[in-house]
Design a protein around this ligand. Structure first.
Ligand code: ATP
Length: 396
């Protein structure tokens, strides 16, 4: 059978195990010899026990677990050709020419580079007598299929990344808990959620928890921003399911008048009989000048202007941990199966692909197109062109 390996790389997320399980079982079902590579690219470079053959039962009882049982890491060695040469040697000596990478845009970029260099890496290994002529010929093509595991939903080309739905569940649970205690003491709570470059988690949780205010990296958005967001299938569902009118999104293009808007909004709410206020701040929230809007800064504003009893809760890695939601388990399963199918159908000309979600379908897209679009979003954000960023990030 064909040699196929699966690994997880970059930040972990819930649902990665479901994806690993699906790749292993689909691979075995289709007659492949399937391997785990532990600790991401580091395991590929180091070889040895890090590359281990998997069997049907080695992925039993993992679908409900958060994180990734095969470990994930960032790996400096793989950035250098010397590291990739070692990795290629480790794969060829085991007969692995099909790779499923589960990670973020960095991990996918690395995989694509590896595929492009494969032929020259094998030539060098042959020259140095580290592989045989037969191996050079037999394993001359490397096939790559990617999946995106990230709670941030920050990758272009997919409606949802693996882990986002579970993180939303975790955040909502935390906000509900905070709301009950905030009510008792008439407090204002500022919740910092993850999303260094993408306000998706913050916006969706704000919509579904009746937050009074939300700060996101794409802020302050233009007036039609909310409509654009609704291009995204799940955000639309969240907006419809919640009382979206009660959510305030800072939408004035005038720099820095968010202080006035925020205070007015909080005061209005209290005057109308609300006993508490909830403000959601995405980790990477900024103002129109690009200055960070941190939870501490928001607290200072609220305390100085309104004298409200104000507390901060930073959810941190709780959002990334714990068991995956049903949605993420199924998403991982479907994407994993599709990734293996893509590899089995690949010809020498087939470009590396990434399996994404389009509506309710798992589809294959050219990996580098999606990576380039994701990088273009980052550039648009850095250029303070938020409209372009939101437009580029929209559904494919
Ligand atoms: P996250 O979204 O969680 O940050 P990521 O996959 O984008 O995930 P990175 O740290 O960017 O995370 O990349 C993970 C690993 O992928 C790196 O440590 C490195 O080993 C490899 N990698 C990233 N970019 C490249 C590249 N341009 N060339 C070779 N390898 C790369």
């Amino acid at each position: 059978g064909k040699g196929l390996a699966v690994f997880t790389s970059g930040g972990d997320s819930q649902g990665m195990n479901a994806a690993v399980r699906s790749v292993v079982r689909m691979g075995i079902y289709l007659g492949c010899k399937v391997y785990f590579i532990r600790e991401g690219y580091q395991g590929m470079v180091d070889g040895g026990d890090n590359i281990e053959e998997a069997n049907w039962s080695s992925v039993s009882s993992i679908i409900h677990k958060g994180g990734t049982i095969i470990g994930s890491a960032r790996c400096m060695d793989f950035i250098k050709r010397e590291g990739r040469l070692k990795a290629a040697c480790n794969l060829v000596t085991r007969g692995i020419t099909n790779l499923v990478v589960i990670g973020g845009d960095g991990s996918l970029t690395g995989a694509n580079l590896f595929r492009q260099e494969w032929s020259s890496l094998l030539d060098e290994l042959l020259e140095n007598n580290r592989i045989t002529k037969d191996q050079r010929e037999k394993y001359k093509y490397l096939h790559i299929a990617g999946m995106v595991g990230s709670i941030d939903n920050d990758f272009c080309g997919t409606d949802m990344t693996i882990g986002t739905d579970s993180a939303l569940h975790r955040i909502i649970e935390a906000i509900d808990a905070i709301v009950s205690t905030a009510y008792s003491h008439q407090r204002t709570f500022i919740m910092e959620v993850m999303g260094r470059h993408c306000g998706y988690l913050a916006v969706v949780t704000a919509l579904s928890s009746e937050a009074d205010f939300v700060f996101i990296p794409e802020a302050p958005p233009s007036v039609d921003w909310k409509d654009k967001l609704c291009d995204n299938y799940l955000a639309l569902v969240a907006a419809l399911a919640s009382e979206a009118d009660q959510v305030f999104i800072p939408e004035d293009p005038v720099p820095n008048n968010w202080v006035e808007k925020l205070c007015k909004r909080l005061q209005q709410e209290r005057r109308s009989g609300q006993r508490l206020n909830i403000i959601i701040v995405a980790e990477g929230a900024i103002d129109r000048e690009g200055k960070p809007i941190t939870a501490e800064l928001v607290k200072k504003v609220v305390v100085e202007n309104l004298k409200q009893d104000t507390r901060i809760t930073v959810l941190g890695h709780v959002q990334r941990g714990g068991s995956p939601s049903a949605f993420d388990r199924i998403l991982g399963c479907r994407m994993g199966a599709e990734a293996v199918m893509a590899l089995m159908e690949a010809t020498p000309e087939t470009e590396a692909c990434v399996v994404t979600l389009d509506g309710n379908q798992a589809v294959r897209l050219p990996l580098m197109d999606c990576v380039h679009r994701t990088k273009a979003v980052a550039k648009a954000m850095a250029d303070k062109n938020w409209d372009l960023a939101v437009q580029l990030r929209g559904r494919s």
